[in-house]
Design a protein around this ligand. Sequence first.
Ligand code: DCP
Ligand code: MG
Ligand code: MG
Length: 362
Amino acid sequence: MERVIIHVDMDYFYAAIEEREDPSLKGKAVVVCMYSNRGGSGGAVSTSNYVAREAGIRSAMPCKLARSKKPDAVFLPVRKEFYEEVSAKIMEILRSNADSEEAFEKISIDEAFLEISQSCSGDYDLARDIGHKIKEEVRSQEEITCSVGIGPNKLIAKMASSFRKPDGITVVRPEDVQTFLGPMTVKKLWGIGKVTEERLTEMGIRTVSELASYDVMELISVFGKNKGMWLSQAAMGIDGTAVKERTATDQIGRMASLEHDSRDENMIFTLMDELIDDVISKVKARKVSFRSVTVTVIFSNFKTSTKSRTLGHAVSDISILSENAKEMMKQFLEESTMNFRRIGVRVDNLQENTGQKSLFDF
Ligand code: DCP
Ligand code: MG
Ligand code: MG
């Protein structure tokens, strides 16, 4: 079956969250700034909404310069932890639309790839429907708009999502890849940096189609084997890399959906046992201990909630994980009335085992 990949990127993400939290900001220019810790007027723009962009304000620009371009804009400080929480909820919505748990790859705080080859059976009309469904879910659950790109691989999907922004959807079928990419300037090709762009310009290569028809051996002689090959393939719209979650190194966790949305304790605790077994076998394989346990519940309305506990000692013991995780899950059941959709168990604060067993291991 042909691969179909979706890339989703939130629109003016930090500023969109601030607008959502304070509706009086709507229609105004909003600039979210990362102020330097020296205080004063230093610092750079993290992002701005589209009203501010019309005034020429851009990410990474000094906040001072942004202020001079639009003195009546609202300047707000970055609230990274809060944006991370919103991001986690959005990522769960996105993940739930992928072919499987594993067919998902978050690539930054506001964007991810999902493979949907199976759910759309390779049909691009169905893929577009899934794209619209995702946009609607993100809008209704989190009041944020996003832009969606759909294509036969990650490279094309990523470039498609930025083609129409904000609130866009762009579908590039395999037969349209050349038409889509060809006229773009090489710097638009995902993965090409400033240095490469300049080198290509010196070689007289301006557009992606010029790069695609350039002799690959020449490219290799200039850029080396890997990069030269990659440039040539990317320009032809070829990208064989898989959608695959990057494993976090500082935590070990597993999530899974219940068979159907439910509050049935039997079903929930049975699934928890599976997740706990899995987490512990990874803990053992990596020869680490953990000092905190987190349980996540995603409710049937996609609202996400987590509880964490920090333990007195680092342990790698299944009974301690199980006891703590299940107590937290019981609290979730007591505090809520809604059905559960997905649950997760995670350990973090990892420490390498030194070889000496702690008391808890006996
Ligand atoms: N970000 C940042 N500093 C940068 C670029 C981005 O702090 N130089 C943060 C703020 C953005 C978030 O990352 O909101 C996501 O980055 P994007 O590049 O996706 O930009 P936006 O989502 O803000 O806007 P767009 O609508 O163009 O995607
Ligand atoms: Mg974005
Ligand atoms: Mg982004």
